[in-house]
Design a protein around this ligand. Structure first.
Ligand code: ATP
Ligand code: MG
Length: 197
């Protein structure tokens, strides 16, 4: 069975994440995509804004009733810095018989050389890259051992980021249609990302 891993802070999850997962599933013949929210991503200095329960709940709401999508809380349960190498090793141990690929946007493709224990990671997972606006994928500048494990797939450029959603929400501008309806209602009901008056 082929599994795609969609990792991220999901603070909040938005349509860019969902379409990347769906296009990767289709293009690479993945049986499932597992959404794995990070507790603390290694290469981000700021802490997530919404708490772990809220970020996980938004992922559940976004993928509700999608038969090929699952959400897993293993990085949230583990705590500490969320290194992908630890996640993949634990998945391989707990779910034998699967092959795993990381689905990542262009910003993360370009910073692959900085990922923790990347040489070892690249031996045990493949990478599926999608373009996002603002930064194009520069395959030729990546080390060959990464290039060998990287497939770039097509996807319409979606100029949405969680940062922009948080900013818009703080500024009381609209975030409707940037996130699924059930995520939207959760953000509004819990007043996530709003600035204190
Ligand atoms: P933030 O602005 O807080 O960094 P983000 O929108 O970049 O949030 P992340 O949780 O950091 O979302 O990203 C998780 C993964 O999804 C990364 O691999 C990222 O490149 C990818 N991704 C995020 N947004 C898009 C998008 N609009 N199109 C394609 N891939 C995306
Ligand atoms: Mg990001």
């Amino acid at each position: 069975m082929k599994v795609g891993i969609m990792g991220g802070t999901f603070d909040p999850i938005h349509y860019g994440h969902l379409l990347a997962a769906e296009r990767a599933r289709e293009a690479c013949g993945l049986d499932e995509v597992w959404f794995i929210p990070s507790f603390q991503p290694p290469l981000k200095d700021n802490e997530p804004n919404a708490d772990t329960n809220a970020r996980l709940e938004m992922v559940y709401r976004a993928i509700d009733f999608q038969p090929h999508f699952r959400a897993m809380d293993i990085e949230l349960e583990r705590g500490g810095t969320s290194y992908s190498i630890d996640t993949v090793k634990s998945l391989q141990e707990n779910y034998p018989g699967r092959t795993f690929s990381y689905i990542i946007g262009s910003d993360r493709v370009n910073d692959l050389p900085q990922w923790h224990r990347i040489e070892e990671l690249a031996r045990i997972v493949a990478f599926i890259g999608v373009e996002r606006p603002g930064e194009s994928i520069d395959v030729s500048s990546l080390p060959v051992y990464i290039q060998d494990r990287l497939t770039i797939i097509g996807m319409p450029l979606i100029d949405i980021s969680s940062t922009e959603i948080r900013q818009r929400q703080a500024d009381k501008r609209s975030i409707r249609f940037m996130v699924p309806e059930k995520v939207y209602s959760f953000i509004k009901r819990n007043a996530l990302y709003e600035k204190p008056e």
